[in-house]
Structures are given as C-alpha cells and as structure tokens.
Design a protein around this ligand. Sequence first.
Ligand code: ATP
Length: 586
Amino acid sequence: MHYQQLAQAYDEIEKISGNLEKIRIFADLLKEATPSEVDCIIALTMGKLHPDWKGEPELGVAEKMAIQVVAAAASIPESSVTDTLRKTGDIGSTAEELLQESAQATLFTEDLTISMVYNTLDNVARISGSGSNKEKIAKLVSILTDAQPIEARYILRTVTGSLRLGLGDMSIIDALSLAYTGDREARSDIENAFNVCSDLRKVARVLAENGINSVKKIHTEVGVPIRMMAAKKLSDATEILEKVGKRALVEYKYDGERIQAHKNGNDITLYSRRQEIITDQYPDVVELMKNHIKAKSCVLEGECVAIDPETGKTRPFQELMRRRRKTDIKKMQEEVPIALYIFDILYLNGKDVTELPMLERRKLMEETVEINDRVNLTTAELTEDPDRLYEIFKDAIGSGYEGVIAKAVHKDSKYQAGARSWLWIKLKASYTEGLADSADLVIVGALYGRGKRTGLYGAILASAYDDMTDTYPTVCKIGTGFTEDMLAEFKERLEEHIVEIKNPKVISDIEADVWFEPVEVIEVLGDEITVSPTHPAGRNRMKVEGGLAIRFPRFTGKWRDDKNPTQATTVDDLIEAFERQRGINQ
Ligand code: ATP
C-alpha cells in the first residue's frame, strides 16, 4: 500500500469531527491493507514504533531537528522554516507548504510505501552515538525527497509526536473490529487481548491474519506485561460497600511505586506502571523475587515502598522517587531500603489466574510468598460493615498510609486488566477532608512569573487526558501555593520540554508564555470541579455548556514520574466526578 493512501485517510479523518465517521474511514483503510501493513499502520497511527515495554528506541524528533530536516529537504534557510512555522503553528503543514513550493525542483521521485516509511523511521530511531543527529537528519531528508507534500505533512507530524487525528486507542480498537468482523461487537474481545499482551500492533496483525478467534486465544505470558487494573474513588464507606457488592477485602493503600514482577525460574523482569522495564532500578526486589517466591513461574503485583532501615516503617513516596532518579543504585539501596507489599497474582506455574475471584487469588499469594521483613502481603481485612471499613481507614491514616482500597470479593471479582472499574475502590484522606479530589494532570504550558518570581514560572497550565480523542485539554491554571523549591523544580524539569509551537494535541483557550511537550505529570488537589468557559475539557460531551475546570487547584508536590501522560486523569474521569458532585449537591 502506498503511504499516500494513509496520508489521504489521515487528511479525511482530521477534517471530520464525528468519532464514528473517523472510525469508519480508518476501518475502510485497514480493510485494504495486508496484515504486515496493518501492523505498520497501527504503529504509525498510535505514534509509537514499538510498545514501551519492549525498550526499543523511539523517534521523539525535537522541534529544532524537524526544522533542520525541512530546511534541508526544501533547500532553504532554517530561518525561513521557522517563519512559516510561526505562521502555520504546525511543523507538518510547514513541511507541506515549503516542499510544495520547491516541488518543481524535484525531477524524479519514488512512490513511498507504508513499510518504507515505517522502516525508515525505525532506522532513524535506532541511529545512536556521536554524529547521530546528522545521520538522522540525512535519512529523514532522503525520505522527504520522495514524499508528496501531503505525505511530508504526516511524516513530520509522526516523527515529532504531533499527529492529531482524534483516534485514541479505543477508537483504533473499534476500527479493527469494524474492519475485520463487520461491526463493533468484537471490540471487547480485541480490548481484552490488548490488555493481556499490551501490544495493539500484535493484536491487529493476528486479527488481520487469522481472524477474531485467534485474537481470543491471546493469553497471559510471563515476560509480557499485562495492562494494570486501576481503582475508582469514593468518599463514603456505605456507598463503597454497596458498589463492591456488600463485602469487601479492605487493604491499606501503600504510597510507593507499583511493580508488576514476572518470574520465570531465576529470570526476573520488573515492569512499572508505565510498562517500562525497571529491573535494574530494583536489584533488591529481584533478590526478593528469586529467594522468597515459591513458584517456578508467576506474575505478581505489589507496591514497592521506601522504609526506614532502623524502624522498618514506611517512608513517603518522594523518598522512593529520589532513589529512582539516582544512578548509583548500590549506594541508594543502602540509603533508601525498600519493602514489597504484594496485592495481586495474575499468573502461576503456567496458568493464567486473573479470572479467579479475589479471595482465591489472595490464597494463592499466601501460598506463594514466603513472608519476611522485606516482602509481605498487603494488610487486609474482610468486612461488610461500613463503620469497620471507616475504622480500618482511620487506622491506615494514623499509621501513615495513604488510605485504603476496598476490593470486591464476589464470584466475578477477577483481575480486570486495563480497567478502572468498581471492583477496586479507593478511599484517601483528601476525600474525607472536604477536598473534592486529587487529579494527576499533565503540564502543558506556563506563564512567566513577576516580582519575586521573575525568571521562574508564575503559573502552570495543566491538562487532563482525553482518551477518546487523544488530546490534552486544559483544566486549570495553578498559580498559588508554590514553595521556592517547587518553583525551582518546575524550571529545572520543564526547560527541556519547551517547544516554540504548542503541540496540536494540547487544547487550550489560554495563551501561555511558554508551551511544553505534554510529558510531565503532577498531582493536583482541587476544591471542586466546575463548569468553565475557559477550559475545553469535556466541552460538547456534557449536558451543560462549557468545559470542566478544577477550582482552587494546588500542586501537592508529588511528581507522578510513575505515570506517562496518557495515564493522567482522563476527561471521562472528570465528567464522572462532576456528575457525582452535582448529584450530591442537588
Ligand atoms: P493514586 O494517585 O491514588 O495512587 P493512581 O491513579 O496512581 O491513584 P489507582 O489505580 O487509581 O492509581 O490506585 C491504585 C494504586 O494504588 C495502584 O496503582 C497502586 O500503585 C497503589 N496501591 C497501594 N496499595 C495498594 C493495594 N493494597 N492494592 C492495590 N493498589 C495499591
């Protein structure tokens, strides 16, 4: 298939606002592609050459390099590219416009195919070492020489991570279902397979090659991360118990880093919440897995927390992150020792156990984990009494934990990979202190500080993630409550993410002084969620007019390095919380 066909489909998809129509166009395109082309199309459309957990190099071409590439391809000075970029606000359209103008100069070009584009980009990503930038630029220029202007538009957007089609993972899954089964009924089977193997490319290829029945056979494997299950939140113990089905296993909520540990004999791999391999960061966890887990093969999930070496008591999340950022792991291992609290088991000795109810899984954990002062199961108690749930919560807070997670124990209380469902409900101190909620937001822009804050950022513009459209609409501007250290850290961390032109995935009515690539995630507390004319999150998706904003937002000081931006609070989460809040206030 020619890349031009994909570029034209992108162009059509971009112009249409209706999600169903976008899905249909994309499905029609998939129908015409061979299985290996489908594989490449999915990768290019998701803007990821490989799943994160494979640890393969990704593109991430910075704005500066993209300008150099376009300048070289169009044989014009970089300053002319920058001028056009300021005008169009998008590197893709800039390339299209400038290459169109220089098109007459190109006498002979080769038609680009989808696999040529994919393979070239993959090769570019793999170039490393000294002089690599030059080589990368040369390769990208060579592909642009063969590109039609519309193709250049999408190649540039793909390499800079600014493709904005409005097709999130869930829409891609819908399109796959439509293309290969004729309707959208198979979406849950496709989604399940994705949750289990964390590789939508692979699912798409199996589907295109062998059909939906083969997709249903994709199962849990040791060494392949499973998309993590997440918890909903509520603030009332009675409601929590109603939602989980009367009885709950109430567990302390530890404040550390979630780890999915895969053990195959003595071969241990640890995955983070972002599905990155973090085995080298935690040699102590590797040792615990080798010596205190009585299974030939298994997949366990637990929270890794920093502990005080003298008392064995848990220490705050920030301590653990301090350790994570240091390269001298050996030294840090002594300075910040850890303990691992296991809360789930997904695979045991050749069998997928995610379908078993919670208490059966808990029993398997008890049989598998050899408890000592560094590895244990989470503190947990079964109850159906709201007063008791509240007492456990208070004990947890009193002992320095974040709160509790109440887990369903009924016959369908399976491990629901990739889902944030009512099977797990968290109750944290902030919810009961009258603070509506905490949200994990993506920093997208900043306003310069004045007076004492000159030279620093005075306010931060933060967004939620919209997984329907794969965009980052703003939800608040945070300008108060910063300590000097926080301001310094903003400056230090954000500097490297500055872009001249706002990434098109960032949706904002507010003009920031500086824009950032949507990369850094922070925890923000707010008083309530309100309807706002200024913030676009959820606009046109609710009965009320306007978007949603977080009122009186303040930064808690917690950088969510364990989350990638697509794991931030979603627009759907905010809409749900807003509806709930309205229900309570009415
Ligand atoms: P939060 O910001 O509240 O930690 P989150 O968005 O990071 O939420 P959720 O999935 O909503 O994550 O909440 C569950 C998180 O709590 C898990 O990802 C895990 O890291 C942590 N956790 C701590 N203790 C437990 C426990 N006993 N059972 C499950 N998860 C736990």
